[in-house]
Design a protein around this ligand. Sequence first.
Ligand SMILES: Nc1ncnc2c1ncn2[C@@H]1O[C@H](COP(=O)(O)OP(=O)(O)OP(=O)(O)O)[C@@H](O)[C@H]1O
Ligand SMILES: [Mg+2]
Length: 389
Amino acid sequence: MFQAVSSQRSSLVSDRTPERAALASRSSFTSRSALLPITAATLAAAIFVLDTLTDLEIAAAALYVAVILLSVRFCHRRGVLLVGGTCVALTIVSYLLTRSGSAYSGGINGVISLAAIAATTYLVLKIESAQAAIDETRAQLAHVSRVTTLGELTAAIAHEVNQPLTAVVASGNASLRWLAADPPDIEDANRAIERIVREATRASEIVGRIRDLAKRAPSATCWFDLAETISATMTLVQGQVKQHSIALRTAIETDLPLVRGDQVQLQQVILNLLVNAVEALADVGPGSRELRVSATQNGQGVVVTIADTGKGFGPDGERMFDAFTSTKPQGLGMGLAIARTLIEVHGGRIWTEANQPRGARVRFLLPLPAPTRGTGADHLEGGKQKNDR
Ligand SMILES: Nc1ncnc2c1ncn2[C@@H]1O[C@H](COP(=O)(O)OP(=O)(O)OP(=O)(O)O)[C@@H](O)[C@H]1O
Ligand SMILES: [Mg+2]
């Protein structure tokens, strides 16, 4: 059921970098656009007049930081930069126009004010990016938790769907009996068929509800750099890697082509595989824990391999892709099932192999739209490598 539901899931976000997410959430100007820019402009003008009319010793220009802080409420990144630049220009013009006071002290004050303006602009932009990244991550987490909820709900939903299906079968048999009777009982057969339609509609509504749950908006696929996605995802398990003293190696070909798909979904796949590898390594003795992530291109597409020196899959690798199959006390058994669904949604395939000398390898292939020349997935270790630490 999970596979059926997930394959309906539309392809998703992905071209939303944190910066772009920030821009999306706040277009150039918000609905309060009229009031806030006017207030900021008035404040800037007042500071300019104050700075120009007062002695050079008075560092009124430092007040421009208030204008920059205000600009965050209605500007995007470029707008904030523009406001910061304007404040710098106004400070310099004021300094040049002001006649009274010591030029020396005024110069020092001016430099301090300019530093305050630059530092505020920089910090504000930094905070903005971080906030956008948090928003993005939160949206992803909300989806992941919906997917998890979906897994937990599956049993209950299967039960709900089973009821109408049982009724459909019973009514179908009844209508066959009414029609086979001599003479056929058309009226009762009709009533049974009406029940079939009613119950089938109910089952379809239940399935529709699951589909809604799995949907995520906005949906978009894009071209993206898989190497960057792998690196970004690896940072998410960095803490656990350190905690378990795992030697992490990467071998990613330098000239991997861009892949087209849902970056967030593929990140979810890589994360599931990395978490599994780390969990497998946590179970073996320290000193022999090695995790190797590689990506290469072959004639069919891009192949990503996550290999560990853990306990390995044994003969059960393929079965572990079944939903709710886990050997872990707290495992839901959904990581690999979700990974397979998502890779298949992208037209790819995912499989396991034994790692040498020990452990597990999980590999997935993402097809490229046009055939490309390459080294072949089986020659993975021989590819040109971006980094091999
Ligand atoms: N790298 C690996 N090495 C050895 N066994 C693995 C590895 N990855 C997965 N497995 C086996 O496959 C099973 C299923 O993995 P899957 O990710 O689907 O579920 P899980 O990790 O048990 O739980 P969760 O749903 O929380 O991810 C695991 O319980 C484990 O036995
Ligand atoms: Mg898992």
